[in-house]
Write a protein that binds this ligand. Structure first.
Ligand SMILES: Nc1ncnc2c1ncn2[C@@H]1O[C@H](COP(=O)(O)OP(=O)(O)OP(=O)(O)O)[C@@H](O)[C@H]1O
Length: 626
């Protein structure tokens, strides 16, 4: 079996740039020089030789000697230990304090983010050097404490950058998809958010490393550096400036080493930024959700007690202005085991909100305000978030209209399927890889190794949807919610994906709730369908009865608007008007303002659901004429 591919190394471009290679090489040399100082120089950095004071470069002292006859090269090498270690402590502190809080604030949002913004605002107003002098006055020459304080003072800038990056990533569809798959926030943070903020993080760390070195040297110059006679680059510059009139050369070695180090960190930062930007430029932005054409309708009979999924009088409220708007109202529907049920309606009718309510992922600020959602005997509305998360991906999975948007652009298809296999079943690396490849094959990819090795931007829409299906199958779900799974695909791929879903359902006995605006898709896949309008189920019935004899004028209008039903030379029938905004729905029948059959009675009070024919329910008093 072929191993799934590893993530592509971003920094390869970095090494190819000569300036970057030079900068990295220089910093490595500095670090090696500091570590190997005892091997590289025979001199003790503190040993004085009053016969060779301020000598300038000589054969014995290639970089000369200082005012006490100490070898400058030895002091530079040993000084690197202190200066680089100081900078490392400060940068490590920035990393922990800044990156940790920034990622958490950006990802969590809400109150943690507001507190974070307030605290960083205050911290950014604090002058760094003055505060450090105060810290020095308190802790004395305790260098680690001073450098930790420096790190904390430098952290808000980094934290802001990281928070901004995390905030952007948080709203990416693949993060929502990861939640739908049942992955916990901690896992999503580490696996999907951190890699995306790594670019800006590394850039900032490079720049901050230069900044920390500079501030450390500044403190040394002011006399708050390492305790004499220990060498550090800042104190060497201070000593050199004291004798600049007698031996100006003395300033050159520490000044050059320090300036080049700061420059090198800057060059590395630039390179990492460019390298991190490059893949993003290659990745086409996920296609926008297509505007949907008018589609189908729904109703509300009681669910049989054996139903796998049943929603009873479910209402969902979403925040709107200062209040809440009910976008789905008193919705009753059910899906039996192994059954495919359609959910049809124009854009904005509440289909996706209904699907999200089943998954316990009502959009932020919203909630199920009444009714119950039962799944295999469990009341999902009463489950705690952890139990609900455990169901997602494992027992209820979802595939969406835009499979590419649901894939993390930084990971290969194989990685992403493998991640869910590991999450749901565990196992050794080899077992996880094997299972991931099996799932890709099951999803209709005859060469799963090739698909597994590809990044999302390298996948066609059809292949991406097959990867999405493989991911959905990873938990071996009992219910698959397919939200317009073929809308973004061309006709032949559509047919193949629908054939695949039918086969998988037959083989696995999986139930499917199919959200679609395409009656042909619904007719080909479903035994029953619900038609939704303005947050309500307005008709439900068996197929093909629903198509041949609709009992609601809305359903009839949607069917009449199908291009396939148009006759040559005739105008395509369209339903006049638009779905009312949830905040301004008419009091009686919600479809009345657009309905050719509406009478005064329709506009007065809500219309109850009636059984117009066996198993065929409608929310219309004129169903005989529909
Ligand atoms: N996150 C949200 N915040 C506020 N309102 C929302 C949000 N998501 C959906 N809505 C509103 O809820 C109503 C139902 O939207 P929903 O997305 O469920 O419709 P839909 O039938 O699935 O349409 P589409 O096919 O376009 O997704 C719409 O009025 C929509 O504006």
């Amino acid at each position: 079996m072929r191993r799934l591919p590893k993530r592509r190394a971003v920094p390869r471009t970095a090494v190819r740039r000569p300036l970057t290679a030079l900068a990295a090489g220089y910093l490595v040399l500095l670090a090696l020089g500091a570590v190997l100082a005892p091997v590289l120089t025979p001199y003790d950095p503190a040993a004085t030789d009053l016969d060779a004071v301020l000598s300038g470069p000589t054969a014995a002292h290639p970089l000369g000697t200082d005012g006490l006859g100490r070898d400058v090269a030895a002091r530079l090498l040993y000084g690197g230990r202190i200066s680089l270690a100081d900078a490392a402590v400060a940068v490590l502190t920035v990393l922990v304090a800044g990156a940790g809080t920034g990622v958490a604030a950006g990802f969590l949002g809400g109150l943690p983010d507001r507190v974070f913004t307030w605290v960083t605002d205050v911290m950014l107003a604090i002058p760094v050097l003055v505060t450090l002098l105060v810290v020095l006055a308190v802790v004395g020459d305790h260098r680690i404490a001073v450098m930790v304080a420096l790190g904390i003072l430098m952290s808000p800038g980094l934290a802001r950058v990281v928070r901004g990056a995390a905030l952007t990533v948080r709203n990416e569809p693949y993060i929502a998809a990861a939640r739908v798959s049942g992955l916990p926030d901690r896992h999503i943070l580490v696996r999907h958010v951190l890699p995306r903020v790594a670019g800006p993080l590394i850039v900032q760390i490079s720049l901050l490393s230069g900044g920390a070195l500079l501030i450390d040297a500044g403190l040394g110059y002011l006399g708050f550096g390492a305790r004499p006679p220990a060498p550090a680059w800042g104190s060497m510059i201070a000593e050199a400036s004291a004798v600049i009139g007698r031996q100006p050369w003395l300033l050159v070695p520490p000044g050059t080493v320090l300036a080049l180090a700061i420059l090198a960190f800057g060059v590395l930062g630039d390179t990492v930024r460019d390298a991190a930007a490059a893949p993003a430029e290659r990745v086409p932005s996920p296609p926008r959700r297509r505007h949907r054409t008018p589609a189908a309708a729904a109703s509300a009979p009681d669910a049989p007690s054996t139903a796998l999924l049943s929603l009873r009088d479910v209402s969902v409220g979403l925040p709107a202005g200062r209040g809440t708007t009910t976008v789905v109202e008193d919705l009753t529907l059910h899906v039996d085991r192994g059954e495919t049920v359609g959910l049809v309606g124009e854009s904005g009718c509440g289909k996706s909100v209904t699907a999200r309510a089943v998954l316990g992922l009502v959009p932020a600020g919203g909630r199920i305000t009444s009714g119950t959602v039962r799944f295999d005997g469990l009341d999902l509305t009463a489950l705690d978030p952890a139990a609900l998360r455990a169901l997602r991906g494992r027992r209820i999975a979802m595939i969406s209209q835009d499979p590419l948007a649901g894939l993390d652009p930084l990971w290969t298809a194989g990685d992403q399927v493998g991640e869910l296999v590991r999450r749901h079943h565990g196992g050794t690396r080899a077992a996880v890889r094997g299972r991931a490849l099996d799932l890709l094959r099951t999803a209709g990819l005859p060469e799963p190794e090739r698909a597994a090795a590809r990044y999302p931007h390298e996948l066609s829409g059809g292949t991406a949807q097959r990867v999405g299906i493989a991911m959905a199958l990873a938990g071996e779900p009992d219910l698959l919610i397919a939200d317009e799974p073929t809308t973004a695909l061309d006709v032949t791929v559509q047919a193949a994906i629908l054939g695949l879903l039918r086969r998988l359902q037959a083989e696995r006995g999986m139930a499917i709730l199919l959200i679609s605006h395409d009656w042909d898709v619904v007719a080909a896949m479903c035994r029953r369908a619900y038609v939704m309008y303005a947050g309500q189920a307005v008709e439900t019935g068996p197929l093909p009865d629903l198509l041949e004899r609709p009992r609601h004028p809305y359903t009839a209008g949607l069917l009449g608007a199908m291009p396939r039903r148009a006759r040559r030379g005739e105008h395509l029938a369209a339903i006049p008007g638009a779905v009312p905004d949830p905040a301004h729905r008419p009091p009686g029948c919600r479809f009345a303002p657009r309905c050719r059959l509406a009478t005064a009675g329709c506009r007065e009070a809500p219309i109850p659901v009636v059984e117009a024919a066996p198993g065929h329910h409608t929310r219309c008093v004129h169903h005989e004429s529909a």
